[in-house]
Design a protein around this ligand. Structure first.
Ligand code: EPU
Length: 337
């Protein structure tokens, strides 16, 4: 079992932030993971499980063991006339999986095209975009407990999914490694074009017959036009969650800010954090190499050599100004390490 020491994590996080792992082990097979979990170091060191590294910000070196889960594989485990149960190993890059399913015409995850990161991380924050969340497709999640190496299976309900939230961010935080996700996909796709920008993009593309491939392409076009490509500009997607406020607070704020956009639900209202941040004047702001992206204010970026502390400091200043102007607290969505 190879456990390396003092390894740079810069190539393994989409923010492109320098941080050193005291111990590091890259895992490519289930057998290697089993072997690693029997090493005493696992019980003695703090563990950080790393997938695609696309939803975290390193603000300091990692003083423990980084387990870099790269176990790959996609298998059909059950199939009916209209449904496919697909077991996807945690190290499969998410977008490659989406493309694989689009080619097979298995519907369900096409609206989640071009989301960076690996499949194993997708349930942790319940990835979502353009009217779909992964919780809508998850049948089961397989994981291994770090304490005793025991395999656990969590049903969709067990995962306690919420908006950018799950049991893996709460009770099970740092206690297990997700090894596989079982998705329930359909052979008779139901097209989800409810999110405004998708239908506009499909019209622009002059699509006459709707297909999951067309939807996937529309999402790719929209995302590419407003979100920075992490291989060019370091970022971790939305840095903050869209805040959820009470209807009373919303109606009060509307008096002062009549153009404030919102996603209403029954008792609460979700406000696009990007709008709040833009109203505070941050959109396009840059200090050194840390910045607020000029096409989507919800995304913080590293133009080159920003440190995690630089990005964190910027996020704190943004939180404070949104709090002062709107009385709304922005919660960070990205995992701060
Ligand atoms: N807006 C602004 N200024 C900005 C950005 C947004 O005014 O700089 C306002 C506009 O009114 C716009 C609205 O916010 O119409 C919504 O913007 P957008 O469609 O870009 O979506 P979002 O609510 O900002 C969420 C997700 C994204 C996901 C999109 C599309 C969160 C935290 N973010 O962003 O997810 O792609 O919806 O479904 O929920 C991610 O999690 O990394 C991510 C990119």
């Amino acid at each position: 079992m190879l456990i390396a020491q003092n390894i740079s994590l810069k190539p393994f996080n989409s923010f492109g932030i320098e941080a050193i792992a005291a111990y590091y082990s890259r895992i490519d097979t289930a057998a290697a993971l089993e072997e690693l979990l029997q090493e005493p170091i696992v019980q003695h060191q703090k563990i950080l499980v790393l997938g695609g590294g696309s939803n975290l910000l390193f603000t300091k070196d990692v003083n423990g063991l980084v387990i870099h889960n790269q176990i790959r594989g996609i298998h059909i485990i059950h199939e009916t006339n209209d449904t496919i149960y697909l077991k996807v190993m945690a190290g499969e890059p998410w977008h490659e999986l989406v493309q694989y399913c689009v080619v097979k015409n298995w519907g369900g995850i096409e609206n989640l095209s071009l989301i960076p990161g690996n499949t194993g991380a997708a349930p942790i924050q319940n990835i979502g975009a353009y009217g779909v969340e992964i919780k809508d497709l998850i049948h089961e999640v397989e994981a291994i407990q770090l304490t005793d190496g025991k395999k656990i299976n969590l049903s969709n309900t067990d995962c306690a999914f919420g908006y950018r939230d799950s049991i893996f961010k709460n009770e099970l935080k740092n206690t297990c490694i997700i090894t596989a996700v079982i998705l329930r996909l359909t052979k008779n796709p139901i097209f989800n074009t409810s999110y405004g920008a998708i239908s506009t993009e499909l019209e622009k593309m002059k699509v006459s017959t709707l297909s999951i491939s067309a939807i996937s392409q529309a999402v790719i076009n929209i995302r590419s036009s407003k979100l920075p490509n992490p291989s060019i500009i370091g970022n971790a997607g939305s840095f903050f969650k869209n805040p959820i406020i009470s209807k009373t607070q919303y109606l009060q704020l509307l008096k002062d800010f009549p153009t404030m956009p919102s996603y209403p639900s029954r008792e609460t209202v979700k406000i696009p954090a990007g709008w709040l941040i833009e109203q505070c004047g941050w959109k396009g702001y840059r200090k050194g190499d840390a910045g607020c992206y000029d096409k989507q204010a919800l995304v913080l970026v590293n133009y080159g050599n920003a440190s995690g502390a630089d990005i964190y400091e910027l996020s704190t200043a943004i939180i404070q100004s949104v709090q002062t102007k709107f009385g709304i607290y922005l919660e960070r969505e990205v995992n701060i390490i």
